[in-house]
Structures are given as structure tokens and as C-alpha cells.
Design a protein around this ligand. Structure first.
Ligand code: GSH
Length: 230
């Protein structure tokens, strides 16, 4: 079957998996999942009982959730395109380390700030969470900038699915009053390079429900009920 990626809107971390699918260039479909409305439905929980996006229905009919697992799955399919590295190689270790950092420290740094925004925190709670979130986001950016160094891409010389994942999370600074990439020209350069990538433009257009130009793999959107029945 054609794989189906369940992507979350608004601004889900699934963005990176859409970009990775575009870079992979193999046929796939997308299923739009509104958050929080759709993720907690019994229908979606048949795909991912954890009630989170992204989730992937693989070509052989398995369900796969967790960004790291999905990105590794897509990366392994795209080894010939340099989207990841063969397991056991030094390149894989570096790639896996960066992906791990993005999926834990970098991703979770935004948690307190999302909580303020989504739960309407006020007063002392808002102040404490905002200060804590800002400090964590700043630290995560400083560490990632150090990790990137003068390399062209996060894993080194080649563009991998880790860069795709970074593009989807780094844009979260737009939602919060945080410094983010400011003061980190190397990280900002990487972000701008990714923003100029057709696959990233495609993912933005998909999320925004605008006309989206695929590199060729995208075969259309499937409604949630139909996707789950697939
Ligand atoms: N550990 C999971 C976390 C996934 C996650 O937190 N997804 C968010 C969107 S970025 C989600 O689905 N949230 C549900 C909601 O907001 O209702 C992963 O890395 O894939």
C-alpha cells in the first residue's frame, strides 16, 4: 500500500516528516489531523493510542508513531539519497545523536511556552513558566549551534532527515517571544537554507491548505476515517 503520514495542525512537529517524505521522493499520502480535536478521537487512537502526531501507516501496513522512529524509517529508505546513514557507521552515530538531541532537549524546551499559550496561564504561573521556557529555549539553541559548528548540515556534510525535523521545530520561535536563533548566525543560516528548500515550502503549503507543489511523491490527502480504514 501507499504509506500515509498523519500530520498535525497547527504547526505540528510532523512538519519534518512531511519534508522527509518529499526528499525521499517515493509515493505517499497525507492525512490531516486537527489538534487537539482529532488526536483524542477513538478513530485516531487506533493509529496512535498516545494521541499524538506524527504517525505513519507504512507500506507494509504497520502503524508507526514517534518522530524519531518515523524519521529513522524514512531515512533508512533514503540511504541512497543520503537522508541518513547506515547503522553501525560513524555517520549514523552522529546523525542519531543530533536527532536524539532535537527530539528531547530541543523539542521539550518549548514545552513550558506551549503550556502558557494553550492553557492561557496568567499571573505568577505565566511568569514562572515563561521565564523557565525562555531559558530552556535559549540553552537548547546555544547547544545546537555549538553542535552544528561550521558544518553545512546538522549531521555533517549531507542533508538528512534530522535537518527536516529541525525545520519543523525551529519555527516555533515564531509563536513565542523568545530569542531563538537570534545571536546564532550559523543556526539562522541553516534555518534560512531550509526555508528556501522546495520540500519545506511544500510542507508550509500543505499545513496552510494552499496549492502545494510536490517533488513527485505526494499522491494526495486522505480523510481520517478513510485513512484508518486503509
Ligand atoms: N514524542 C512524540 C511527541 C509528539 C507530539 O508531542 N506531538 C504533538 C504535536 S508537535 C501532538 O500531537 N500534540 C497533540 C495535541 O496538541 O493535541 C514525537 O516525538 O513524535
Amino acid at each position: 500500500m501507499t504509506p500515509i503520514l498523519f500530520y498535525g495542525v497547527p504547526s505540528g512537529c510532523s512538519f519534518g516528516s512531511i519534508v522527509a517524505l518529499e526528499w525521499l521522493g517515493q509515493p505517499y499520502r497525507l492525512c490531516r489531523v486537527e489538534m487537539p480535536r482529532d488526536v483524542t478521537t477513538d478513530t485516531f487512537k487506533r493509529i496512535n493510542p498516545v494521541a499524538e502526531t506524527p504517525a505513519l501507516l507504512t507500506a507494509d501496513g504497520r502503524t508507526l508513531s514517534e518522530s524519531a522512529a518515523i524519521l529513522h524509517h524514512l531515512g533508512a529508505l533514503g540511504l541512497d539519497r543520503g537522508l541518513a546513514f547506515p547503522q553501525g557507521s560513524p555517520g549514523f552515530d552522529r546523525f542519531n545523536q543530533v536527532l536524539g538531541f532535537l527530539n528531547t532537549t530541543f523539542f521539550s524546551a518549548f514545552g513550558p511556552l506551549w503550556h502558557v499559550l494553550e492553557h492561557g496561564s496568567e499571573g505568577e504561573e505565566k511568569r514562572v513558566l515563561t521565564d523557565y521556557g525562555r531559558a530552556r529555549v535559549a540553552r537548547a539553541h546555544a547547544l545546537l549551534d555549538e553542535m552544528l559548528g561550521d558544518r553545512p548540515w546538522l549531521a555533517g556534510e549531507q542533508r538528512t532527515v534530522a535537518d527536516a525535523y529541525f525545520a519543523g521545530i525551529a519555527r516555533w520561535t515564531d509563536y513565542h517571544d523568545v530569542a531563538g536563533r537570534m545571536g546564532y548566525p550559523r543556526l539562522q543560516r541553516l534555518f534560512e537554507k531550509l526555508e528556501a528548500d522546495p520540500a519545506v515550502a511544500f510542507a508550509h503549503a500543505i499545513e496552510g491548505q494552499r496549492e502545494a507543489r510536490s517533488a513527485g511523491g505526494f499522491l494526495g490527502e486522505v480523510a481520517l476515517e478513510a485513512a484508518v480504514a486503509a
